[in-house]
Design a protein. Structure first.
Length: 98
């Protein structure tokens, strides 16, 4: 059995683009949650750092995450994110440690 993979992705909106970035990120949630291998996909917005968004994801495997990166809607998001984000996204991968 493969080890579950947790992904934490943070992105900060350019000044004035907060609403549009929020909207585009929200559009990813529903289709991603239906993907094979997606166990959790939650969007959060910072209460202390305006313009920061965080995606907390859990995948059954690295292969499932890689398949997610190939979906048309995520590719389209990556094409536009530079217009909306202040710098690159921070993406980290985690496994459970017990």
């Amino acid at each position: 059995m493969s080890e579950l993979l947790t992904v934490v992705a943070r992105v900060r909106a350019k000044t004035g683009q907060e609403s549009r970035l929020r909207q585009e990120l929200q559009r990813l949630v529903a289709p991603t949650r239906t993907e094979a291998g997606c166990l959790r996909y939650d969007l959060h917005e910072s209460t202390t750092e305006p313009g920061w968004f965080l995606l907390y994801e859990t995948w059954k495997s690295e292969a499932d995450l890689q398949a997610h990166f190939q979906t048309p809607y995520l590719k389209a998001f990556f094409q536009m994110v530079s217009e909306l984000a202040d710098g690159p996204s921070e993406i980290t991968k985690w496994t459970k440690s017990e």
